[in-house]
Design a protein around this ligand. Structure first.
Ligand SMILES: Cc1cc2nc3c(=O)[nH]c(=O)nc-3n(C[C@H](O)[C@H](O)[C@H](O)COP(=O)(O)O)c2cc1C
Length: 155
């Protein structure tokens, strides 16, 4: 069932990064999408147990880093361990967006967003953010499309 839902609603794979004071972290997400033109709003679904969840609440900003199809390894790096226990940024090159969220050097585009709303939604919360900074890092990149089986095996 889960694999089928993912096939029926195709999405890209991104890394949501955040800076809260001295702390920076990032986590892989597949559930991110634009939800309004005016203002420019983007929504990302984050489960409360993620370390990133509390950091985004604390910071009020997050940054979506879009991954190209050759960045599976980076998606796994940020998606299978928690920043609570490891520094996922060790050895990872980044710059700072306007409000300090990390922009990964290996992303092809980024959107830094200011949190405007948080809606509970089942076992995740939906963070709606207004785009406050954006950039294209690599032109002509092909996005990494989320296929359930590629990351989590058959289900
Ligand atoms: C491909 C992929 C997609 C993911 N998508 C999401 C997502 O949309 N929302 C979410 O809450 N977790 C998602 N996760 C799980 C988090 O990335 C994972 O739990 C991560 O370790 C959390 O890191 P943190 O504790 O440092 O925040 C995804 C993981 C992978 C591998």
């Amino acid at each position: 069932m889960q694999s089928l839902i993912t096939k029926a609603v195709p999405t890209g794979v991104c890394i949501v990064t955040v800076r809260a004071g001295e702390k920076i972290n990032g986590m892989t997400v597949a559930w991110a999408t634009q939800v309004s033109f005016k203002p420019r709003l983007v929504a990302v679904s984050i489960a409360p147990p993620r370390f990133t969840y509390g950091l985004v609440k604390e910071s009020g900003f997050f940054c979506i880093n879009a991954l190209s199809e050759n960045e599976m390894k980076l998606a796994r790096h940020f998606g299978f361990k928690s920043g609570r226990k490891t520094d996922k940024f060790k050895g990872i090159e980044y710059e700072n967006a306007l409000h300090g969220s990390p922009i990964l050097k290996n992303a092809f585009a980024y959107l830094e967003c200011e949190v405007k709303d948080i809606f509970p939604s089942g076992d995740h919360d939906i963070f709606v953010g207004e785009v406050v900074d954006a950039g294209e890092i690599k032109k002509d990149a092909r996005p990494l499309i989320f296929r359930w089986d590629d990351f989590f095996g058959k289900k």
